[in-house]
Design a binder for this molecule. Sequence first.
Ligand code: SAH
Length: 481
Amino acid sequence: MLLTLSTTHKPATDLGFLLHKNPARMQTEELSFGKAHIFYPEASEELCTVALMLEVDSIALARGRHGSSGDGGPLQPYVNDRPYAANSFLSVAIGRMLASALGGRSKDRPELAETAIPLIARIPCVAARGGEDLVRRLFEPLGYAVVLSSALLDERFPDWGTSPYVSLELSATVRLQDLLTHLYVLIPVLDNEKHYWVGDDEVEKLLKRGEGWLPSHPEKDLIVSRYLKRQGELTREALARLIAEDVAEPEEQKEQVRDEEEQKVERPLGLHEQRMGAVLSVLRGVSAKRVLDLGCGEGKLLRYLLADQQFEAILGMDVSWRSLEIAKDRLKLDQLPERQRARIELVQGSLMYRDQRLNGFEAAAVVEVIEHLDAPRLASFERVLFEFARPSHAIITTPNSEYNTVFETLPAGQFRHRDHRFEWTRAEFEQWAGDVAARFGYTVRFQPIGPEAPALGAPTQMAIFSLSAPTDIQTEPQTNA
Ligand code: SAH
């Protein structure tokens, strides 16, 4: 298995400083799956190429704990493509042999480590399962020019067609660290063979190495799923956390400021309390015992739910770790008596992904959350809630944008919270909710929350969806439907 990296940056031999590897010396290290060698086939001022070559010990592998799946007959563990086709051993070797460069550190050329330089990576044998198209879809969005060449399986038998292996060349002007990071993550994705055990720390590795590029990669879902070898639980966790980084986490402080801004706008109305009161009264009215608080944030609704023994099982879910930590503290979960503690669970998850933990609840509250979801992604949320979790009742609240002109502190045309992706008029919300209800077999009715202004309606709008007949619900009669 071979990877070469070349640069024409001048002097090209600076590559040796970036890699912390002397071009004049060959280095070999024993790794758990065999030997890794580093050497320089060429090292001049104009062009410098480093090779990372792995000698994979198939016999040791077959006997050791790295044993392959073994479903290809008795010889399969010994005769397979593991020693030749680029696979996750190459990533392991990059992580071990080129750790400083992968981490972006260079003792002698720190500025150069931060600089984009012309680089070409060549891997002579890549398993392009998923097709050449996939290779392009992985690397081109990252700015690489991709050259692929495939060979006939056997020149004497052209009828057999081409080999599923291709030779890959990537070129770009990038930081060495970025190139190594992209290879580190995407080589195992290309390989897609399940040959070593994927543990929780793989999620950590992926998130760490994916920082700054994976959350916005158009093939993010595929990359995560294949990197984690299609282990559903891990994939879901990673994706949920990637979204968290994408949407909420990197700007934690700002997020807090925005929350405060929104509260400042709405506080004079006591709107928050009114919202909680309205949602609780619906939940009580439908006699729900098992309830979901989706996008529970810092746990404001959860506190009310905990205080009412009607609610026997409460699940709070949010995509943001930080919010969940705050919720856990505020609710003093650690200090609750065991019986109370057993009623509530907080989990991290994204409303964009189907999640079995949400099954089996009678009612779901989604309070001031949908406006934080990208409009094109609402369709995923709709299916997650109404098709898969499918509670008997769902309560969704969202701002009524018509009311915004009443808020003295809110500049015209601005949303109440800077993270809001949209704010809907009553007509828009009712159109959306009516359409969703019809598609998923729910009925829906609407209720205003907060003081109503003539012609503008109330500041918050609430939709109450029910699988059963609407007469089950004993709340205030609707006034603005
Ligand atoms: N329901 C709470 C919080 C509302 S703020 C309350 O009324 O106080 C919106 C919340 O939605 C935030 O906590 C945010 O982290 C969460 N959120 C945003 N996108 C999400 C997603 N895709 N999945 C789950 N939660 C999400």
